[in-house]
Ligand binder design. Structure first.
Ligand code: RTP
Ligand code: MG
Length: 231
């Protein structure tokens, strides 16, 4: 089971559209959570509500501190009814190895909706902003060098449960631990060359799409196959 710590918060000085999108996408306040959870139970009674998995709920409410990461459990959240968006990126090794079509195809075949797509040479400051939560890690300089080492393919995908499902399609960070059938499990052998990125929470999906795409680069459209994917 893969468990991913989720970190939030955009740096001051980054595009105001990003801050706007983030504030629009804020998770409900703790005050409203009980109602929303009840609503989801009503919508999808066969599954327990998974909303709580996007937030940190301490056993003792008063023990919460700002430094505690929220926990994201991709294997449990795909039953949500809410339409989310995620930022998927073919990293430079995926582009160099001719895996762009293969990787796009995995998300297409699954049935998610592509809303943004471009080949892009990432500048250093954007790579650093994208991975800012990892700034303190020893591998951070190598990670930034890797991401700016050649063009990447930037994608925005939309769908119910798309963030968690995309993480499942991508597989574990270390490709040797990623399950066969996942992108990393099938196509890569090392963490430092793991061919693809996927947002780790709906909030980061919005943040990253706003970071990598300019206004006008995203398309809203209705796939003709929509009624064949969801009843
Ligand atoms: P990503 O953000 O790229 O989708 O990857 P991830 O969530 O699976 O993993 P994360 O912890 O966010 O790490 C981001 C990327 O940093 C590189 N990394 N190198 N040498 C190392 O120990 C190490 N650890 C992470 C990987 O490219 C990883 O995908
Ligand atoms: Mg990550």
């Amino acid at each position: 089971m893969e468990t991913v710590a989720v970190f939030g918060g955009a740096s001051p000085g980054f595009p105001s559209s990003l801050q706007r999108r983030r504030s629009c996408s804020s998770l409900p306040s703790a005050h409203h959570k009980p109602n929303l959870r009840a609503h989801h139970h009503h919508q999808l009674s066969a599954f327990p509500s998974s909303l709580h998995l996007f937030s940190y709920f301490p056993a003792r409410p008063h023990a919460r501190t700002l430094s505690k990461p929220r926990i994201f459990l991709p294997h449990l959240v795909a039953s949500l009814e809410q339409v989310d968006e995620t930022y998927i990126m073919v990293k430079p090794d995926g582009v160099q190895r001719g895996l762009v079509g293969e990787i796009i195809s995995r998300f297409e075949k699954k049935g998610f909706k592509l809303t943004g797509l471009k080949l892009f040479q990432c500048p250093q400051d954007l790579a650093e902003e994208h991975y800012k939560d990892l700034k303190g890690k020893s591998f951070f300089p190598k990670l930034i060098d890797y991401i700016v080492s050649g063009p990447v393919v930037c994608m925005a995908w939309e769908g119910v449960g798309v963030v968690a499902a995309a993480r499942k399609l991508i597989g574990a960070t270390n490709p040797l631990q990623a399950e066969p059938g996942t992108i990393r499990g099938d196509l890569a052998v090392q963490t430092g060359r793991n061919v693809v990125h996927g947002s780790d929470s709906p909030e980061n999906g919005k943040r990253e799409i706003a970071l990598w795409f300019k206004e006008g680069e995203l398309c809203q459209w209705t796939p003709v196959q929509a009624p064949w994917l969801r009843e």
